[in-house]
Write a protein that binds this ligand. Structure first.
Ligand code: HEC
Ligand code: HEC
Length: 340
């Protein structure tokens, strides 16, 4: 028997609420046939230098340029003011490491076949274009690229090319981030400050503002990107959520680290993520419109409203397990008494 489209989608929606990695279990799984499982760590990254000089090849190469040198093409310091789509001088690669090839650094490998996809933040099915613009408005603190722009098409072409070894709808190992084991306590930004001084400040700067390639205003971006301050991601970004930041940092920082040999303990990643996200950064407006189905709001979304009775501090710093427990109780109460 086949599940209807809506039923399959509702199942995926439940999986999404449970975590980012679970969101990669595709709807097809619930329709009776098991989708192929692909370990992104075993997928060879194609070499950008081998891309031919054809119209599609040129789009792929421009997409690669946009992802690795975002500031030079659509950053806030480019000469052509109408091309200033990003609001900071980060690159997509600042977080999507190795131009989107590094596993558990939100890789782009496989994203082509993973969208359209249900997204709890919007509570609807989003296309890959919409997802890219989610990062444009939040991680890049900017404005959306028109879906028919040369830039959007180039990013799509690049992501499709990177995904060429991955079947559409595959279940992906290595996608998103790899969760840490949460310490059963609130994260401690003061302890995190000490971790930061010891392990991060050498590159990202004691003031967290990073190290520029050139000078402010020259659209040359950073050697080491800022982690807070006016040129960083905003309060609506995924990286502003404690568990996402801790997972990214634990498995990818200091740069050169991979999940196979993480440098930080879970405790240190948890605390340093709290420290970074306790520092000033651009504010995103209208965050109350995110996660309109409040039940699907991640426990570490640090902006109101919440339906669980816990306050701002606990949603920002944890511990998160009591919040999850409370949400399960609310679910059980809403479902009513079990039929005999
Ligand atoms: C400050 C870090 C950061 C930057 C910079 C950033 N992103 Fe992201 N991006 C994330 C995080 C974290 C996620 C996943 C977590 C989430 O959904 O909130 C994500 C998710 C995505 C996804 C979905 C991946 C998947 O597996 O579903 C795409 C596509 C994407 N970003 C594209 C971009 C593009 C294109 C840029 C540059 C224009 C960009 N991002 C810049 C942090 C960033
Ligand atoms: C050896 C230098 C180095 C060290 C040490 C280092 N980083 Fe990074 N970090 C980088 C670089 C370089 C990037 C961007 C990668 C790219 O552009 O390819 C980055 C990116 C990041 C990002 C995402 C981009 C952004 O600007 O928000 C975060 C978050 C981050 N680092 C946190 C940390 C934390 C926390 C530590 C300490 C535990 C740390 N890093 C240690 C070099 C470093």
């Amino acid at each position: 028997m086949k599940l209807g489209w809506r039923a399959a989608l509702a199942l995926v929606a439940t999986a999404t609420a449970a975590g980012f990695a679970a969101a990669r279990e595709p709807a097809a799984k619930h329709q009776g046939h098991v989708p192929p499982k692909v370990d992104l760590g075993a997928v060879a990254t194609p070499d950008i230098a081998t891309v031919p000089d054809t119209p599609e090849g040129r789009a792929i190469k421009y997409g690669y340029e946009l992802v690795t040198a975002t500031y030079a093409h659509i950053g806030p310091e480019v000469a052509q003011t109408e091309m200033r789509y990003a609001g900071n001088n980060l690159t997509c690669q600042s977080c999507h490491l190795q131009a989107g090839a590094q596993v558990y650094a939100m890789p782009y490998v496989g994203v082509w076949g993973a969208f359209p996809q249900y997204r709890a933040r919007e509570n609807e099915v989003s296309t890959l274009e919409e997802r890219i613009n989610g990062c444009m408005m939040r991680s890049m603190n900017g404005r959306p690229l028109p879906h028919d722009s040369r830039e959007m098409k180039a990013m799509l072409a690049y992501m499709k090319w990177l995904s060429s070894g991955v079947p559409v709808g595959a279940s992906l190992v290595g996608a998103g981030t790899l969760a840490i084991t949460e310490p059963a306590r609130a994260a401690d930004p003061a302890r995190g400050a000490a971790v930061y001084a010891e392990t991060c400040a050498a590159c990202h700067g004691e003031n967290g503002l990073g190290l520029r390639n050139g000078r402010a205003g020259d659209a040359k971006g950073y050697q080491f990107p800022p982690l807070w301050g006016p040129d960083s991601y905003n309060t609506g970004a995924g990286m502003y959520r404690l568990l996402t930041a801790a997972a990214f940092i634990k498995n990818n920082m200091p740069v050169g680290t991979t999940h196979a040999a993480a440098a930080l303990s879970d405790e240190n990643a948890y605390d340093v993520a709290a420290f970074i996200n306790s520092q000033p950064r651009p504010e995103k407006a209208d965050l109350d419109k995110d996660f309109p189905d409040r039940r699907k709001k991640p426990v570490d979304a640090p902006f109101p409203p919440w339906i669980d009775g816990f306050g701002a501090a606990q949603h920002k710093y944890g511990p998160f397990e009591p919040i999850r427990r409370k949400l399960r109780e609310l679910d059980a109460a809403a479902a009513g008494p079990k039929a005999p």
